[in-house]
Design a protein around this ligand. Structure first.
Ligand code: WTA
Length: 648
């Protein structure tokens, strides 16, 4: 049997706190069931009704056309403009003065833009883009720090029908160039620089290098932020503040077909070139609008903070499009979470009275490592809901988040989704779902998730297998840019009629889904397929361990053996005794089978820039071979060298 065994047992359950439930948008199991059933049994009625809550320029004729599967068309024939959905409906109404973006710069400067102001800024920016010849059907790359202009640039593109391709500001010139070329972008929007860890991080020089010799890029728009000296091309470069000062604050939104391209967003697979994930207009905005509303139980007076960078899909759907479509107030922060001190995030929560806080497990584990004293300095009393995304969250980190940040009062939504899915797919609903640490719980509306075996047959309770989605959903990717075959191969070939997400999962006896990580990360020890996530969780549950990454290395006897890379609490000197202690700890928590054959201590783990552990690299180190393949997404290269030095 090729199933993934599940070995982690978690019995703690947390029902929605009654005070939370009393005011929640959705507060009973019956109400949830009613909505979920309708979304599955009568999807056209369900999605049609939700979609009609948005201001369409022309109504759609048909909810879904799946006749050309796996290429979906949603809200067929409808026309709308996403920037009008996010701005005009609020700016011309009761929300004109309501803060849309509350921004905090790393040096401590801050700015608030009301919906009325954001609308004007976006229109001006859109007119600046137009003046340089950008028009519907073009594509522009956005390479920006976390400043309001990043969101303004995205919305300005959407307003005039230019598709954006946001490239995370930490990527190298080479990575940026590849993405500009692949997407055939004709302009780049960037900033001079930004503030990061107390110094200036220059961006413009990377852009200069990236577009060198690329004649197709006719304009580089530069936002002034850090005022660092930069080189300037008189013919190609445009200062945004100068051009905006002369631009009209009126700009009619371009009527976009529901299936017109809204954006490309590149994501790296474990092999090969990065994939340009294609998202279109109508379905994407409906999916991000609905999920933001229900998953975060959004209310008019919420101050919502998602800590992701706009360079990731989480920043697209849950900083910009989803919250603004709902008229929410979002917080945006420019800098590092521990600058000037490890309590910076909590200081911002108190300063701006944040009510909803959405972050990633990797950040939570860093907060744990920095010490409980930091959050303890702040009241955090305004928080009412917490969220996590990006990786399976170890139960230990979940509990810490629940106690130290949520003060045992805030529900935690562990949300599973992907760049490809566009919006949240598996998640608790905070007023309804009883949560359990480490489980993303149940599918969101319209999501038909299943766990299947190699042959595509649905598995029973607690049998680990492949996570699939059995029907199309509005915010699904429409393809991989320029590579139809790769789209089919990657997502629709393992199981012909089901979307294969690449993740392993199991469904427990209560129907809750547990994500077991990427299937490429599964380890096979003596014929037992173990999820790296579960062994890591067992390690992290030891009091001295902060973070752990587990990989398999070839073993003559057992096929693969478990090799664990472990970081310990600050100030602790790990030794052989601790190694033994950890091995026994895992054996006790999960069983002898999962006892690591080898433990290596390290002060850092190699991560992608969005915080995911790069197990592929660790596998090479564990096996003692030179790393091959793409390391362009690795955050800190020196980590690799240091891990090698620790070999015995
Ligand atoms: C993983 C981020 C467990 C998963 C929105 C998925 C998660 C990949 C969770 C997508 C979660 C994301 N629990 N695993 N709550 N959320 N993942 O494209 O492996 O950056 O396939 O999208 O992250 O990562 P991406």
């Amino acid at each position: 049997m090729n199933q993934i065994e599940n070995v982690l047992h978690e019995n703690r359950h947390f029902p929605p706190p009654p005070e939370f439930q009393a005011k929640a948008r959705l507060s009973s199991e019956a109400a949830y069931q009613r909505m979920y059933r309708e979304s599955i049994d009568q999807p056209d009625a369900f999605w049609g009704r939700i979609a009609r809550e948005l201001p369409w320029i022309e109504p759609f004729q048909k909810v879904l056309d799946w006749s050309n599967a796996p290429f979906a068309k949603w809200f067929v024939g409808g026309k709308l403009n996403v920037s009008a959905v996010c701005l005009d409906q609020h700016a011309y109404g009761v929300r004109a003065q309501k803060p849309a973006i509350i921004w905090e710069g790393e040096p401590g400067d801050s700015r608030t833009l009301s919906y009325g102001e954001l609308h004007l800024e976006v229109c001006r920016f859109a007119n600046v883009l137009k003046r340089r010849g950008l028009k519907k059907g073009d594509r522009a790359a956005i390479y920006m720090p976390m400043i309001p202009e990043a969101a303004i640039a995205m919305l300005a593109c959407a307003r005039i029908g230019v598709a954006h391709s946001v490239v995370f500001g930490g990527f190298s010139a080479q990575a940026l160039r590849e993405r500009i070329e692949d997407g055939a972008c004709t302009a780049v929007i960037t900033a001079d620089g930004s503030f990061r860890r107390g110094s200036v991080l220059a961006l413009k020089p990377q852009v200069d290098e990236a577009v060198k010799g690329l004649d197709a890029v006719h304009t580089v728009f530069v936002v002034r932020r850090a005022k660092n000296p930069i080189e300037w091309s008189k013919t190609r470069d445009v200062w945004v503040h100068e051009a905006c000062a002369e631009a009209s604050p009126e700009c009619t939104p371009e009527p976009m077909d529901s299936e017109d391209l809204l954006f490309l967003l590149y994501t790296s697979g474990s092999t090969g070139r990065p994939k340009g994930i294609v998202h279109t207009t109508g379905g994407y905005i409906v999916g991000s609008y609905l999920s933001t509303q229900y998953v975060f139980d959004l209310r008019e007076d919420d101050v919502y903070w998602c800590t992701a960078d706009v360079g990731w899909v989480t920043g697209h759907s849950y900083i910009v499009y989803g919250p603004l479509a709902n008229g929410a107030t979002v917080v945006m922060y420019e800098g590092a979470p521990n600058t000037p001190h490890p309590g910076r995030m909590w200081e911002i929560v108190d300063k701006h009275k944040v009510t909803i806080f959405y972050t990633a497990p990797t950040a939570i584990r860093a907060f744990m490592k920095w010490g409980d004293e930091w959050p303890a300095k702040y009241s955090l009393a305004t928080l009412r809901l917490l969220g996590t995304v990006g990786e399976p969250i170890n139960p230990e980190a979940w509990i810490w988040y629940h106690k130290q940040i949520g003060h045992e009062r805030c529900p935690i939504v562990d949300t599973w989704w992907q760049t490809e899915t566009g919006s949240i797919m598996i998640t608790p609903l905070p007023g309804v779902t009883s949560t359990t640490p480490g489980s993303a719980t149940r599918p969101f509306f319209g999501v038909d998730a299943a766990v299947v075996d190699e042959a595509g047959k649905e598995l029973g309770p607690n049998e680990g297998g492949y996570l699939v989605l059995r029907r199309p959903w509005p915010s699904m990717l429409r393809g991989i840019w320029g590579d139809e075959q790769r789209y089919r191969d990657n997502y629709w070939s393992k199981f012909k009629t089901m979307y294969f997400a690449g993740d392993g999962a199991r469904r427990d006896e209560h129907g809750y889904l547990w994500i077991l990580g990427r299937v490429d990360d599964v380890i096979n020890v003596s014929g037992h397929r173990l999820s790296t996530m579960e062994v890591e969780s067992a390690l992290v549950s030891h009091a001295k361990v902060c973070e752990a990454a587990v990989v398999g290395r070839p073993d003559a006897l057992t096929g693969q053996a478990i090799c664990a890379f472990v970081t310990v609490d600050t100030g602790l000197e790990p030794d052989d005794r601790l190694k033994q202690e950890l091995m026994e700890h895992v054996a006790k928590e999960i069983g002898k089978l999962a006892r690591p054959a080898e433990i290596r201590f390290t002060d850092m783990l190699p991560k992608t820039r969005s915080g995911k552990i790069m197990r592929r690299l660790l596998r090479d180190i564990a096996a003692g071979i030179e790393t091959v393949g793409d390391t362009s997404t690795l955050e800190d290269f020196s980590v690799l060298a240091r891990l090698r030095d620790n070999e015995e």
